[in-house]
Design a protein around this ligand. Sequence first.
Ligand SMILES: [Zn+2]
Length: 164
Amino acid sequence: MTCPSPDRKVRQRAPYRAAPAFIAEAVQRALAGEQDCIDWPYATSERYGSIRIGGRTQRAHLVALEQAGRVMTPGMDQRHRCGRRICINISHLEEGTRVQNMADAIEHGSIARGRRHGRSTLEEASVLAIRASQESSAVLAERYGVRPNQITRIRARTSWAWLT
Ligand SMILES: [Zn+2]
């Protein structure tokens, strides 16, 4: 008898079947004025959020722009003004040339180096919003694209303890 090796299973940080709904919700939140980054909690490719649609891997932020009806000029880049490729908040995206996009990457790369290890996917503003919120850990985890136990640690100040 053979069993599939558990190691071969692809681990996702969130149920992948919810990925298209996550994009639709992210578009709605952006249109409603969401200021924070909306981090893609699923698979990534070259640090961009990626999603498989109809057998093709696509960049999640481009799918979000498409869903929002944003006109994208062929040959132009869609720049992340926040400098975070994992973010799919369409209000952080702006069309630009490849050269502008490269300049962004250099600028944001130098900013990122100054931050604490750049390991966390959460911004300080998000941490403060989580602590102020009365919503459940599950709801907040979904919104910020992290695991519920990370929300619990933030609230208990086990993580981000220095931020008050
Ligand atoms: Zn962003």
